[in-house]
Structures are given as structure tokens and as C-alpha cells.
Ligand binder design. Structure first.
Ligand code: FRU
Length: 489
């Protein structure tokens, strides 16, 4: 291990002792202490799943980026490993930015962005970004090989390489801010991960305001190729694109050596407040699985007071539907976390608030709503609610707007605002909900829409699940709940 890694590991351990875990997730991957952002280098290697992440081990703020590291045998429970790489060379001196990992004949290879501030930290007008390689034979200790790909003349923002194998070659997608401030994803290929040749611009000009496409990912799903990325610069439009930055995908056709043809334009992947920089990988059985960063740049981050910040979303399986929409749903392995099952049936609400007595600190809910027999103006659930319902995160059906709303106005500390998706035109509606110490994830009709948002309920206070209906009645045909076990070994 290098000195920089030793120092970083000691620092994060020390910071952990000062940490307050009141909002720390029970079943989401989060940093040991300090700061976390994007998922990096997700890969199945030597019979284990490796997850790396953008990490600042010295304090709770974003700073010189390291790669944090955890492994899992089952995608559910995680064990921490030492920090994998630190910004300790001239080509990555200001940060080891996001990237990916591949198994290259038994060698775990990380391809990441070496970031350099040329004119002081935070001055984005003068930076240098190149793609770098680091390899490991044991999956823990990495040897750096330096820069393997530089941008064309005049380009500064050039980052977040995702490498994959196709037709016997390595391929890499990278995000770029063109000199005219247009966001693009570029495709390269290589035979040895070291010598890279430009192939094509996969996508450009998705929207006149978009100046950068961060964290691209390019992968087959069904009979299509999905290009997923996180655009910067999009403006809010009605219910869409409400977050500081977006994450989504286009669907198209591609074969090595041929141009990429887009057949479905940009769609958001998730509709909550906190979802960014998603990355996918292949599970051992061939499923395509995705993690996102369950936070948003420039939003308030109350857990910083507790010396940590950032979490992944749940692992989610990606599926392409008949309309070429990419759906995402929690992976089936998560049922192993279930404890203390409870089931309520045929609950009728009449302009009232009902306390279910289900504890809400770390729980999963499966709710079936009979829309055909519900005429209340607003009805649904209060999550992480005080028993009197005065503080809660509201998840409800708005019959006037015909939308499903996730509202944090009364959630607790700092975070406000609502997000919503259209109410499906079905007689029955299912809501699959995961509430952790500081997050809510909702899956509508299994995988039609997902909404992921952070919440910070005021503590200490008992938190439960309430049901409510305003001005009319609502019929909840089923409410199954579980308390979830911790994912940390
Ligand atoms: C996305 C991002 C990436 C970059 C990393 C730096 O959230 O801005 O583009 O590599 O974070 O931490």
C-alpha cells in the first residue's frame, strides 16, 4: 500500500469514531465515514461483487477523490476493504474521479479519470482530465499505470470512463464537454486497455442547454443498446427534470464498427429528488444491475453534521419493456433482509388518518390500492411519520392531478419539495416502498416508475407508517410490511 492510502485509511477510521449514526442507512451502502458520491467500478470478479465509490476519507465534504471499496458475495451484505486508490501521482494529483472496472484475464483493472486543477481547486476553467489505469492481482492492492487516454486539443472536461468487452475487444465510453459547450459521449476501442482508438461520438446535442454528459454507461438490454448518462444543464420543464442535474438514458441499435442509431430519446431513469450518476454491471447470472448515488449535487446534506455523507440506492435490476422503456426494480435477493412480517388486508379509510403501528426506521412495504373503489381527493401513506401524523413524508395519490406524489414538505430537517409521476390507468395500483433511516425509495406497479429521495426526520422520535384519506374514501386491499436487517457484516 502507498503512503497516501495508509494515511487515508487511518483518517477514515479516526473520523468513524467521531461519527453520529442517527441517519446512517441500515440497508444501503454508505461510506465508513466522510464523503461518498458516484458508484464506481462495479464488477463481478473472482466470485465476488466489488463496489467502489467516489470517496473523501478526511471529512464529510467533497474533496480530493479517493476510491472507497466494499465487496459482497450476494449483492446484499457488504464488507469494507481498504481504500483502493488515492490521488498520489502527477496525473491524478487533484482526484481519482469516476470510472469502471473489468476483469482482464484475472487481473482486476480500474479505468478512472485522473483530475488536475491547473489553477486552484474548484476553478473548472482550467483543468486537465485524462483516463488512467490501475490493476490488481488480489482485488485489494492496486498498481497504477498512469494515463492511457488523453482528450483532443482544447478539451478540458473529459471524464468517467466505462469500459466493457464486446466482440473480443475492449470498448470505452467517456463524457466530454466540447469546446462549444455541448455535452457528448465518445466511444473508443482497444485490445489491451492501454492503447485506445477513437471510434465515434455516440451522442451529442441532446438539448440546447446541456453542456456536459457525466458518467456514461453503454450496455445491451433485450435486443437494444442502452446509453445511460447524467446530463448537466437541463432546465426544469413542468414535472420533468426538476433536480439540479438529471440521470437517464436513450435506447438504440449498435454493432461494433457501426454508428449508434437512437430510436428512443432521453428519458429520466428515476423521478425522485436524489438519484445521480447511475452505473450498471452484469450479475453472475447475466442480469443487468444498477446502483445510483442517492443524493444530488448542491442539495442540503444534513448528515454532514454527523461526519458522513452519501449513499447508494438499492441495487436494481434493469429490464427493457415492449415500448423500449428501461424499467428498474429492486433485485430479488433483497427478500433475504426481511424480518418480522406483518400483513393487513382490506383497510377502508374514510376521510381519516390511521396509524398502522408499523415501525418505519428500516422497513419495506408492499401496498395494493384499489383505485376503482377509492374516491378521496388525496389518499395514501405517511412514511417515517410521527404517530400523530404532524411530521411525515407523504406518498399519495392526487385524484385531481392524477399523479402519485412523494412530498417531503413535512419530512423533517432541511429538505423540502415534491416529486411526482403519472397515475397509471389501472384499477389496482401497487407501491413497493423501502424506508431507511434517511431515505425513501418507491417503485410503482413493480417497475413502471421509481422515485428515490433522501429524508431526515427530526429525531429522536418514534416513527411509524400512517395511512390517510382526505375528503372521501380509499380502499387499501393489502399492506404487507417487513423490518429489514442490516447489510453490514
Ligand atoms: C459525477 C461527477 C463525475 C466525476 C465525479 C467527481 O457526480 O461529477 O463526473 O468524475 O463526480 O467526484
Amino acid at each position: 500500500m502507498t503512503n497516501a492510502i495508509d494515511k487515508a485509511n487511518q483518517a477514515v477510521k479516526k473520523l468513524e469514531e467521531e461519527m453520529n449514526k442517527q441517519y446512517y442507512p441500515h440497508f444501503h451502502l454508505a461510506p465508513q465515514a466522510g464523503w461518498m458520491n458516484d458508484p464506481n467500478g462495479l464488477v463481478y470478479y473472482n466470485g465476488q461483487y466489488h463496489a467502489f465509490y467516489q470517496h473523501h476519507p478526511y471529512n464529510e465534504n467533497w474533496g480530493p477523490m479517493h476510491w472507497g471499496h466494499a465487496v459482497s458475495d450476494d449483492l446484499i451484505t457488504w464488507r469494507r476493504l481498504p481504500i483502493a486508490i488515492a490521488p498520489d501521482h502527477d496525473y491524478d494529483q487533484s482526484g481519482c474521479f469516476s470510472g469502471s472496472a473489468v476483469d482482464n484475464n484475472g487481473e482486476l483493472s480500474l479505468i478512472y479519470t485522473g483530475h488536475i486543477w491547473l489553477n486552484g481547486q474548484g476553478n473548472d476553467e482550467h483543468i486537465r482530465e485524462t483516463q488512467c489505469l490501475a490493476t490488481s492481482k488480489d482485488g485489494i492492492n492496486f498498481k497504477k499505470h498512469g494515463t492511457v487516454l488523453t482528450p483532443k486539443e482544447g478539451i478540458m472536461h473529459f471524464r468517467d470512463p466505462k469500459v466493457f468487452q464486446q466482440n473480443g475487444k475492449w470498448w470505452m465510453v467517456v463524457g466530454q464537454r466540447e469546446t462549444n459547450d455541448v455535452g457528448q459521449v465518445l466511444l473508443y476501442h482497444s485490445t489491451d486497455l492501454k492503447d485506445w482508438k477513437f471510434d465515434q461520438v455516440l451522442i451529442s446535442d441532446i438539448d440546447p442547454n446541456v453542456y456536459m454528459l457525466e458518467c456514461p454507461d453503454f450496455f445491451p438490454l433485450g435486443d437494444k443498446w442502452i446509453l445511460m448518462f447524467s446530463p448537466q444543464g437541463m432546465q426544469a420543464k413542468g414535472y420533468q427534470y426538476r433536480n439540479r442535474f438529471q440521470s437517464g438514458y436513450v435506447v438504440g441499435d449498435w454493432q461494433p464498427g457501426k454508428p449508434y442509431t437512437v430510436i428512443k430519446s432521453f428519458q429520466e431513469m428515476d423521478y425522485g429528488h436524489d438519484f445521480y450518476a447511475p452505473q450498471s454491471f452484469l450479475a453472475a447470472d447475466g442480469r443487468r444491475i444498477m446502483f445510483g448515488w442517492m443524493d444530488m449535487w448542491e442539495s442540503k446534506m444534513p448528515s454532514k453534521h454527523d461526519k458522513w455523507m452519501g449513499a447508494f440506492t438499492l441495487p436494481r435490476e434493469l429490464i427493457l419493456d415492449g415500448q423500449n422503456r428501461v424499467r428498474n426494480r429492486p433485485i430479488k435477493e433483497l427478500v433475504a433482509l426481511r424480518n418480522q412480517p406483518k400483513s393487513l388486508t382490506n383497510i377502508e379509510l374514510n376521510s381519516e388518518l390511521k396509524n398502522t403501528e408499523i415501525e418505519s426506521i428500516s422497513c419495506e412495504l408492499n401496498v395494493e390500492i384499489d383505485l376503482a373503489n377509492s374516491n378521496a381527493e388525496r389518499f395514501g401513506l405517511q412514511l417515517a411519520a410521527t404517530p400523530d401524523g404532524k411530521q411525515a413524508t407523504l406518498l399519495y395519490i392526487d385524484r385531481q392531478a392524477n399523479r402519485i406524489i412523494l412530498d417531503r414538505s413535512l419530512s423533517g430537517i432541511d429538505l423540502k419539495g415534491y416529486r411526482s409521476v403519472p397515475l397509471p390507468k389501472t384499477k389496482k395500483l401497487s407501491l413497493h416502498i423501502f424506508v431507511d433511516a434517511s431515505s425513501v425509495e418507491v417503485f410503482v406497479n413493480k417497475d413502471l416508475y421509481s422515485l428515490s429521495s433522501r429524508i431526515y426526520p427530526k429525531l429522536p422520535a418514534k416513527r411509524v407508517i400512517n395511512l390517510f384519506a382526505e375528503n372521501g374514501q380509499a380502499q387499501i386491499s393489502k399492506l404487507a410490511s417487513w423490518q429489514l436487517k442490516s447489510i453490514y457484516e
